[in-house]
Design a protein around this ligand. Structure first.
Ligand code: TYD
Length: 208
């Protein structure tokens, strides 16, 4: 039985992950793959319930460790109910944000110790590691302008300071450096279709 591949999209606010995830889905389907598009926090019934506690503008102000535990609880449900069964069926899974977002938002920017992040993740992950992580790199100034245009109430993190978002950008670039075997940084300041073409080339060379 051939397992599906697991592709994650990461990056700061307004980097265009959601749009690119849809293009990736179309490309993979054109290559005859069965594809599931999902997101974090969310992607399963339980995880979507927890999402509300985390991203709404009116959400409670959790301390960073509690926040990580909530993201982790959502991730566990998402892995068990959605990601793992799909991969086992041979479906390719594209996920808009995953564990690297926790490393950066809760670890790098809010100082939850990395041993704690990795130890807990090892327990809950069922051994799932992305085959490819695309890090969409954009200046926070540009990204936040784009993100604000989406006007919804899920902007608790967008409302953090510019300095916070600069940390986020740096954090993702550090992850890319430490995991070159699965991470590729993509310039997300280019035109949408140029970014799509770059991503398709990366997928072709890494996963086909
Ligand atoms: P979302 O509306 O999905 O934002 P985006 O469109 O930028 O992906 O909200 C998710 C927010 O949660 C986003 O600001 C990043 C944050 N986040 C974490 O802090 N830790 C995590 O582990 C994940 C998955 C997301």
């Amino acid at each position: 039985m051939v397992h599906g591949k697991f592709i994650t999209l990461e990056g700061g606010e307004g980097a265009g992950k959601t749009t690119q995830a849809t293009y990736i889905k179309e490309f993979l389907q054109s290559r005859g793959k069965r594809v599931l598009l999902t997101r974090e926090p969310g992607g399963s019934l339980g995880a979507e319930l927890i999402r509300r506690l985390l991203v709404d503008r009116t959400a409670y102000s959790w301390d960073p460790l509690t926040e990580y535990l909530l993201f982790t609880a959502a991730r566990r449900d998402h892995i068990l109910k959605t990601i793992k069964p799909a991969l086992e069926e041979g479906i390719w899974v594209i996920c808009d944000r995953f564990y690297d977002s926790s490393i950066v938002y809760q670890g790098y920017a809010q100082h939850v110790p990395s041993e704690m992040l990795t130890t807990i993740y090892d327990f809950i992950s069922e051994g799932i590691i992305p085959n490819l992580t695309l890090i969409l790199n954009i200046s926070p100034e540009e990204g936040l302008i784009r993100a604000h245009k989406r006007s919804n109430h899920e902007d608790r993190f967008e409302q953090m300071s510019l300095q916070f978002h600069q940390q986020i950008r740096k954090g993702f670039l550090e992850i890319a450096k430490s995991h070159p075997e699965r991470c590729v940084v993509v310039n997300a300041e280019e035109e949408e279709y140029q970014i799509r073409d770059t991503i398709i080339k990366v997928i072709e060379s890494h996963l086909f």
